[in-house]
Design a protein around this ligand. Structure first.
Ligand code: NFS
Ligand code: SF4
Length: 659
């Protein structure tokens, strides 16, 4: 097990052991196997990329026009056009936030268009799975639903959602779901976003050569665009998926590579959009399909997920999770995956290369996301169930090509409970007849729960996989903080066994443990995929509306953390949290170090603008201390920290201790 992982390069990079790169036993075993099988992974490639560009890292490389590319140094403080470090760093940042917003929102658009087709009776095998969710959403937007058919209501809602994308001048309607005071903040700062598509286009326009050069003006647009994600595209995506596929409620399952069957046909779905994976989930239970798998000599069929597609079908169907972002290559290395089906986002282009060493077929299904070496099977929504069945049959046919000598499925997997939508949390706290956030607010006011922290985002091979997420989460639970999770961070907790009610008994501080025991919830609530970060905002808004904890998100003891992030989507998420009044801790910094002004704006000036800012803490325990500090300051301001409570060390105390 402790075999050394060498790199594919011949230079003298420090050689890390598998245990130094990944946290869980399954990943350690597969990374070790990669070496034996001669397979290149992102971990090895990080080594060959070891001397990464410091200009890029500091955000001072500009290639926006063909007088360049330009890079800013002490001797060359301006690009050919005259742009300085502030302008260049800010422009690059706006483009990152716009790209993240585009990814979440294009995903959202696909769901909205599907909802419209379903409403018009052209949805094929799709239907409105959750009529109460549809009617709830319609009421939020003032759409008449009483006495009307669900199709008519769905059509109005889908059309309204479409105007959220193509609106030109009016602010997004979905912003109205935020606390009134916060809407006022956005108005006063001039960052009420209009149509989502327009915000992204404007980002590209403003960052074109020779347009917007004022770093503050640029950065405000990064926040405005990101608000169109969090309180627009992502929020709409969660609503549309709940209507089409069902609002999540707590469901049991398992996570980690050990969910793959040694003797079953294994199919992995990977990416983000739930439309195809929903159908695969349904098709995978079809008796005919199961019989076909047995006829092929397998003991059955295992469907499992990676990344956010995994989260989508986990929270609605309890389909097991094979792993998070950095396990996509490792899953193939088990030698036991017949087919890996991808849709969009976070799919490594290396997958077909890895698959060459095994029998795994990599299938791309979205026409906007192809990879050389992957077979492309375009997914046709109008024939979704047939498409899904055909894919599964193709995977079954591939079972006979499995090389038993190459199969090594790690035993590791952990039980979990996931699926905590806001509706589900309300129900768990208050029951059917008085579903409410009151018990949560009361627990926070009484100090049994100190605050709410959303831990979200990716893995990044620069950080030992899951290590920061899990160390931080453990510390927060101990300090009586309820942790809400989405995306790959949620999967990290699942693999570490923290998504079970039993984890509360073992890990939670005393007051919080009582609450978890009384309600029967885990200390860490898995709320879904990354677009479901909108559910975190929804939950925080419910806390505000319930009363007693301030009347804006900037007053509630709530913090967001992106520990091991890597994606531009994380930048959009971070920005809409901060613009919503929620402080965001990053486990490693943005590419902005080349501009003191941009850094000061994002880490300090935003506090005056939004009541929250970014903070960078590369050490998880330092991050936990900083988070408790923010939470306690907010509790002070609310006047609920009166009781002399156990002393929590702040940063200064911690440093003093280390002396
Ligand atoms: Ni979020 Fe979900 Fe994972 Fe990161 Fe990618 S899967 S959308 S971006 S890597 S958490
Ligand atoms: Fe260089 Fe200016 Fe062109 Fe950027 S926009 S590449 S700084 S000349």
């Amino acid at each position: 097990m402790s075999e050394t992982i060498t790199t594919m390069s011949k230079d003298n990079v420090r050689v890390l052991k598998a245990e130094e790169r990944v946290s869980d036993a399954a990943s350690v075993a597969m990374l070790t196997k990669a070496l034996v099988d001669g397979v290149d992974t992102c971990f090895a490639r990080l080594d060959t990329q070891r001397s990464q560009c410091t200009f890029g890292k500091n955000g001072v490389c500009c290639r926006l026009c063909y007088m360049g590319p330009c890079r800013i140094t002490a001797k060359a403080p301006r690009g050919v056009c005259g742009a300085d470090a502030d302008t260049i760093v800010a422009r690059n940042y706006v483009r990152e936030a716009a790209s993240g917003t585009a990814a979440h929102s294009d995903h959202s658009r696909h769901l909205v268009l599907l909802l419209k087709k379903v409403a018009a009776g052209r949805g094929g095998s799709y239907k409105i799975a959750d009529e109460p969710a549809l009617r709830r959403a319609a009421r939020l937007y003032g759409i008449e639903e009483n006495g009307r058919t669900r199709e008519a209501v769905a059509l109005d809602l889908a059309n309204l959602f479409i105007t959220e994308f193509n609106g030109q001048e009016d602010p997004l309607r979905t912003l109205k779901l935020a606390p009134v005071k916060r809407q006022g903040v956005w108005h006063n700062r001039g960052i009420l976003p209009s149509g989502i598509d327009r915000m992204v286009v404007e980002s590209l326009h403003r960052t074109h050569m020779g347009v917007d050069h004022d770093y503050r003006n640029l950065l405000l647009h990064a926040f405005r665009t990101s608000l169109a994600d969090g309180w627009g595209g992502s929020r709409v995506a969660s609503m549309a998926s709940d209507i089409l596929f069902g609002t999540p409620s707590p469901v049991r399952s398992r996570a980690n590579l050990g969910v793959l069957g040694e003797k079953t046909v294994n199919i992995i779905v990977h990416g983000h959009e739930p439309a195809l994976s929903e159908m695969l989930a349904i098709a995978s239970r079809d008796p005919e399909i199961l019989a076909a798998a047995q006829a092929a000599g397998a003991e059955g069929l295992t469907l499992a997920g990676i990344c956010c597609t995994a989260n989508e079908i986990l929270i609605r169907h309890g389909i097991p999770v094979a792993g998070n972002f950095l396990q996509q290559e490792l899953a193939i290395i088990t030698g036991a995956v017949e087919m890996l089906i991808t849709d969009v986002q976070c799919v490594m282009p290396s997958l077909p290369e890895v698959a060459k060493a095994y029998h795994t077929e990599v299938i791309s299904t979205s026409d906007i996301a192809k990879t050389i070496g992957a077979a492309h099977v375009p997914f046709d929504e109008t024939r979704a169930l047939e498409n899904a069945k055909a894919l599964i049959r193709r995977a079954i046919a591939n079972f006979k090509n499995r090389d038993p000598g190459k199969v090594a499925v790690p035993k590791a997997s952990q039980p979990l409970v996931a699926g905590f939508s806001v509706a589900a949390i309300k129900y768990m706290l208050g029951g059917t007849f008085r579903a409410s956030f009151r018990p949560l607010n009361d627990a926070i006011i009484q100090g049994r729960i100190k605050g709410i922290v959303g831990v979200v985002g990716c893995n990044n091979p620069r950080i030992k996989t899951d290590s920061y997420v899990n160390a931080l989460t453990r510390e927060l639970i101990k300090h009586e903080v309820i942790v809400l999770k989405t995306g790959c961070a949620a999967i990290a907790s699942a693999k570490a066994g923290m998504l079970t009610p039993e984890a509360a008994l073992a890990l939670a501080g005393p007051g919080f443990r009582e609450v978890c025991e009384a309600v029967g919830i885990p200390p860490v609530l898995h709320m879904g995929s990354c677009v479901d970060n909108s559910r975190l905002l929804e939950a925080a808004t419910e806390v505000v509306l319930e009363g007693g904890l301030g009347d804006d998100l900037s007053e509630v003891p709530v913090v967001g953390v992106a520990p091991e992030w890597m994606s531009e989507k994380a930048i959009a998420i971070g920005c809409y949290f901060v613009a919503s009044g929620v402080d965001v801790i990053l486990g490693h910094p943005f590419h902005i170090g080349g501009s003191e002004n941009v850094t000061r704006f994002l880490n300090e000036e935003t506090r005056d603008l939004f009541g929250a800012s970014f903070h960078v803490h590369t050490d998880p325990l330092e991050a936990a201390a900083a988070i408790m500090d923010i939470i306690n300051r907010r509790r002070e301001r609310l006047g609920i920290n009166r009781k002399a409570e156990r002393k929590l060390y702040d940063m200064k105390d911690r440093r003093a201790l280390n002396v």
